[in-house]
Design a protein around this ligand. Structure first.
Ligand SMILES: C[S@@+](CC[C@H](N)C(=O)[O-])C[C@H]1O[C@@H](n2cnc3c(N)ncnc32)[C@H](O)[C@@H]1O
Length: 326
């Protein structure tokens, strides 16, 4: 039975987090099964499967790009680890209760149902799944059915998580939404949290728990130094701090507060690095370059400085992206 095979493969990932080759080979094998089951390849590279889908705040990935997320190996392994650990912790806190999970943005493989559910009994976990891309959610439904996991999913919604009103929102123990890209570019993680956090219970835990966009400055590397010196310059955006003001009645602001970094000083810098630090759960983070989500942006600082200050701000309307003004 395919579900048992996936359960074994999922367990292999969990037991070999630090062994990249095993993680990679195991996820490749899962991908092979998912490809065969969904026939996703038969859809080819038609425009409708390659084009991003607009949402009320940001863009949602195309079917093909969302499917490819599975192969972001460390990302998938760490999110899986975080999700399973969190479910077990919720079980400790709520013995004999079904753990309810709301999954916003499942993509065609809904990996955080299809890799997670086989590890639990149907009486232990229930998922509600939402996805804006109609072809992706159809595919996810088909895969869930083929893996004989239908009983684990209470509902599938084809809707926009940026505006969706969650029925019976307070029942959820976990909100999962990996709807982000490096530098929080375009995708809707921030607008989704803005909409959903005021709806869910205060005790509901979010995965990823937070995203911090941070600027650092590097110094020119000296001959005797193995690595260059680097110092943290500023937190440009701490998502959970920024969305705290959302109370369910305020609409999404045009942008969050700007932050200015002063580049003048007695020492010369070499570059400025902007990192996307993804806090998944507890001590599980995606660090620099571990995933496509945490690829840093590095900019050379050219002297003499035309302007000593650089100002960043995260724009939410009309587009969702980090912007620079000087
Ligand atoms: C980065 S992919 C991740 C897919 C899958 N959950 C995974 O982890 O591999 C994000 C998914 O969320 C969906 N999505 C993005 N914004 C959304 C929104 N506002 N409402 C519903 N779904 C959204 C995209 O269509 C895409 O399928």
């Amino acid at each position: 039975m395919l579900r048992n095979t996936i359960k074994e493969l999922s367990t292999t990932i969990l037991n070999n987090q630090s062994d990249f080759d095993t993680v990679k080979n195991t996820i490749d094998e899962i991908h092979k099964h998912y490809l065969e089951t969904t026939n996703i390849r038969d859809l080819g590279e038609g425009m409708q499967h390659m084009a991003a889908v607009p949402t009320a705040g940001g863009m949602a990935l195309s079917l093909n790009h969302a499917a490819a997320c599975l192969l972001d190996y460390r990302r998938t392994a760490k999110f899986l680890d975080g999700m399973v650990a969190l479910i077990r912790e919720k079980q400790q806190q709520h013995p004999n209760e079904v753990i309810n999970i709301f999954y916003a943005g499942c993509g065609p493989y809904a990996p955080f149902v299809t890799l997670v559910a086989p590890l639990f009994e149907v009486s232990e976990v229930q998922f509600t799944v939402l996805e804006i891309n109609a072809i992706s959610i159809k595919m996810a439904e088909k895969l869930v059915e083929s893996l004989d996991l239908k009983d684990y999913v209470t509902e599938f919604h084809n809707s926009d998580a940026v505006t969706f009103q969650i029925p019976d929102a307070k029942k959820y123990h976990i909100l999962f939404s990996e709807t982000l890209d490096a530098l929080l570019y375009r995708e809707s993680y921030v607008p989704i949290l803005w909409n959903m956090l005021p709806q869910i219970s205060e005790n509901c835990t979010v995965i990823p728990n937070n995203v911090i966009v941070q600027a650092s400055l590097t110094y020119p590397q000296k001959k005797n130094e193995e690595t260059r010196q680097e110092k943290e310059a500023a937190v440009i955006l701490d998502v959970r701090e920024a969305v705290k003001i959302s109370d369910g009645s305020k609409s999404l602001p045009k942008s969050f507060e700007s932050i200015t970094i002063d580049l003048s000083g007695d020492k010369r810098y070499h570059t400025m690095i902007v990192d996307t630090k993804v806090h998944i759960y507890n001590d599980i983070w995606l660090h620099r370059n571990e995933s496509s989500l945490s690829v840093p942006l590095e900019m050379e600082i050219v002297y003499p400085l035309e302007a000593p200050n650089v100002t960043f701000f995260y724009e939410l309307k009309p587009s969702v992206e980090l912007k620079l003004k000087n």
